[in-house]
Ligand binder design. Sequence first.
Ligand code: FAD
Ligand code: EPU
Length: 338
Amino acid sequence: MIVQQNVSLKPYNTFGLDENAGFLAIIDSIDDLDEIYQTGRFRSQKKIILGGGSNVLFTRGFTGIVAKNEIRGIQIQNETEEDVLVSVGAGENWHQFVLWCVERGFGGVENLSLIPGTVGAAPMQNIGAYGVELKEVFHSLEAYEIKSGKTIPFYKEDCKFDYRFSVFKGELKDEFVITKVFFKLSKKPNFNISYGAIKDTLEEMGVGELTLKNVSQAVINIRQSKLPDPMEIGNAGSFFKNPIIEKLHYEALEAEFPDIKSYPLDDDHIKVPAGWLIEKAGWKGYKDGEIGVHDRQALVLVNFGQGRGKDLFKLSQHIQKSIQQKFGIELEREVNVV
Ligand code: FAD
Ligand code: EPU
């Protein structure tokens, strides 16, 4: 196991925040997890598990040990004419795994192309984009129980997946390290291009026949045109979740703001795009020194270079307050604050 002392986390988080870790350990096996959690010299230290750092906000240095998950391996476990069961090490890069599936004709994850981060973090918040969520292709996972050192299987029901949520972000927070994820993928894909932007982009691309590769490429094109590239400008994607409100509340807002956007969920609840709320409250393109709100996507908070996590956190509090005052809606952070 490689362990470095007193390391800047700047290359390890997509906000590009320059906070320090007491130690940085590269984990590539269960033995490494045993060493930091059960037996070795790090046993009593505070720990945090990190994948690609694309959904964390470091608001300060971390005195303990940051364990970067690099457990690798992709294997076909079982195959029928219809589908395939694939196991993937938690430290594999998510987008590389999507491309691996697309190349082999395994359908189900193509709409989730280009989401940054690792496979192991994907179930944490049930990643989703363009009409698809991870739970739709999820079979099961293996997770290392920190207190016992045992590896425990979790099936779909155990994970309590919801919009940007799982049991690992809820009642089992900080109790498990996800080490392997099993996906059930289809060899006879059902394309999901119901998101308007996908259809339009496929048309622009001049696509005749739908293939996994085309759909993946359309999603990549849309994402590249909408979201800032963390290599160029620090960000963690959507900073807040899209809030879900009561229909009556929505109708009152619609009377006041006829251009409000919405996604009906059921008879009583509506999801409202937080990006619209934040833009309407005047925050889009806001800049305060080294931090701000992206000028093309108001749901994305950005670090222009030398920004600090604590200032981004304060900005997020100001935005929350302003959305509460203007619309009576509480915005919940999607990003994990450390
Ligand atoms: P990290 O940021 O490293 O970790 C996130 C959280 O999970 C932390 O609390 C960490 O402690 C925990 N964690 C990480 N690995 C493990 C593990 N193996 N076991 C247990 N806990 C773990 N998300 C979407 O859902 N949809 C999108 O469309 C999307 N678009 C994005 C676009 C951009 C430009 C960016 C920067 C981010 C986007 N995200 C999106 C958010 C992010 O990519 C996902 O949440 C991703 O799954 C995070 O993976 P990661 O490996 O970087 O996790
Ligand atoms: N909008 C505005 N102003 C803005 C941004 C958006 O009015 O500044 C409006 C758009 O016009 C559109 C609506 O809000 O009508 C939704 O915008 P968009 O399609 O860009 O999606 P989003 O709700 O901002 C969500 C996810 C993304 C995911 C995309 C595509 C959440 C919190 N975010 O974004 O996920 O990629 O849909 O499916 O659910 C992430 O979680 O990090 C993430 C990027």
